[in-house]
Design a protein. Structure first.
Length: 367
């Protein structure tokens, strides 16, 4: 990732088609221009409450479905009533879904678009930092199966993405840091130079929209390079699972009280810790990354997680193969790689040490 953004847009090439990501100053103008007869808007319930005035003129003329931003919504049970409503309303294959919301609205809309009539077009207006800096591109669609996160899905990109940073002004501090955590993982995977940039600009991103826009743009641009080479996550793109196997287990076991990007921040630190224990990483690089990751997860506590449950959740991770747990470990900034993690007494003891140290650190932060 080099330089500053020179454009308000970028194009991502998928196996299906090229799609545009465009930065706009007023989402309502863009939405009014993009919506056409027969489209149905899926809108996050919180977004509708916060931006109802801007959305009202558009929703008055366009059918819409409200999506509750809860993990139970992104399941077969949550998606089925939505699909029934679409079919019963006369929605057709040449019509489109237009998603306005965060990751759950994206997942519900994208998954439905991918299976309804063997595929319908969809557009995305991401309203959270996590969706704007990461999940809006890459083609992945996911819903949960029971208590297991993102077990069902495929690859089905939107035909257009519109990013308006004004949506981020109403995010809670926790949701903003969740987005920063997901963005952090791209800057760590990118390497030394970009980690240093994020370290310098992390604090400013919370108050300076120009700084934040540049970080988002470069996060997407960096991810785009991997997506275009490995859209279906069969090779190089695997490194973006850095922090995610451990993070998904934390999300699941806290019943999503720890949001995704916060869990990924902890997951990256845990991957670094285990990499040191395995002799793959010197202590110094881990010590260098730790303060920024800790700053991002803040006062998060993990005291309710039992180690046995954590290991069992790792075994259910969608990246596991046979009896192996496969995770992303690291030899340093920009040197992440996929490796099997043996589940034996030694590694279990290391995980226990990590959780104990994490809780002590959290207690020290509070006191």
């Amino acid at each position: 990732m080099e330089g500053l953004p020179v454009s308000n847009s970028m194009t991502v090439q998928s196996s299906k088609y090229a799609y545009e990501v465009r930065f706009e100053e007023d989402f309502s103008i863009a939405l009014k221009d993009h919506v056409r007869e027969g489209d149905i808007i899926t809108v996050d319930a919180n977004v509708l409450k916060l931006y109802g005035r801007q959305l009202a003129p558009i929703l008055a003329d366009t059918p819409y479905v409200v999506i509750e931003p809860s993990e139970t919504q992104k399941s077969y049970q949550g998606v089925e009533p939505f699909i029934r409503r679409l079919i019963e309303s006369g929605f057709r294959k040449n019509n489109r879904l237009v998603a306005v919301g965060g990751g759950i609205t994206q997942d519900v809309t994208a998954f439905t678009a991918s299976i309804l009539f063997r595929g319908v077009d969809w557009l995305f207006y991401p309203t959270t930092l996590l969706a704007q800096c990461d999940s809006c591109i890459g083609s992945k669609t996911s819903i949960n199966f029971g208590k297991y996160k993102n077990q069902l899905g495929g690859f089905y990109p939107p035909v257009k993405i519109v990013i308006d940073l004004h949506f981020l002004e109403t995010l809670s501090s926790l949701d903003f840091r969740s987005g920063m955590g997901e963005m952090l993982h791209y800057y760590l995977v990118s390497g030394e130079e970009d980690f240093d940039r994020m370290s310098r600009e992390y604090d400013a991103a919370f108050t300076d929209k120009a700084v934040l826009r540049e970080l988002i743009y470069h996060s997407l641009d960096f991810k785009r390079g991997y997506v275009e080479r490995d859209e279906f996550d069969q090779g190089p793109r695997n490194v973006f699972n850095y922090g995610h196997s451990f993070g998904h287990a934390i999300e699941t076991l806290t019943r999503y009280a720890v949001p995704h990007g916060i869990a990924v921040s902890i997951g990256m630190d845990m991957a670094n810790y285990l990499s040191v224990k395995l002799g793959l990483l010197a202590p110094e690089p881990r010590d260098r990354m730790h303060p920024l990751l800790r700053k991002n997860w803040g006062d998060t506590r993990l005291s309710g997680i039992a180690l046995e449950d954590f290991i069992n959740a790792l075994k259910k991770d969608k990246k596991a193969v046979g009896a192996e747990i496969r995770v992303i470990l690291t030899r340093g900034l920009g040197q992440m790689f996929k490796a099997p993690l043996p589940v034996n007494k030694e590694t279990v003891d290391w995980m226990a040490e990590y959780f104990n140290a994490f809780e002590k650190s959290s207690e020290d932060m509070i006191t």
